[in-house]
Ligand binder design. Structure first.
Ligand SMILES: [Zn+2]
Length: 125
């Protein structure tokens, strides 16, 4: 299952990132998925949640940013979102357009929080 491998690499990336923040834990991870990456977001979320269950990252939230397919027109410099696989420029009708985004599959950010210092019951007056 495609999405299982992706969820696994997201978690690996989070773990690698966390090695730079001792004493903190990841609370949210954001990833970017392009339209052309052909990933089932629901399946990915499901795999992700199944994988973090009963681990030290069980509270980690997954935020998916969906990136539509965008093209850049080489004739008039227009940038536009491609609908229905029609990649011609809506402004000048040129077919000379270049794909600039839409195949992303990348880690956007990891939000970390410090473990609460053990101050419970130790408040000094
Ligand atoms: Zn154009």
């Amino acid at each position: 299952m495609h999405e299982m491998g992706i969820a696994n690499s997201v978690l690996d990336a989070v773990r690698a990132e966390m090695s730079r923040y001792p004493g903190s834990y990841p609370c949210k991870v954001g990833i970017r998925i392009g339209e052309m990456a052909a990933i089932d977001q629901d399946a990915l979320r499901f795999c992700f949640e199944a994988m973090i269950l009963e681990t030290d990252m069980a509270s980690l939230e997954l935020a998916i940013e969906f990136c539509p397919r965008r093209h850049h027109c080489l004739e008039c410099e227009n940038e536009f979102v491609v609908h229905d696989y029609d990649s011609s420029c809506p402004q000048c009708k040129s077919l000379a357009t270049k794909c600039i985004s839409g195949d992303e599959l990348e880690l956007a950010y990891v939000e970390v929080e410090e473990y609460a210092a053990s101050t419970v019951g130790a408040k000094s007056t």
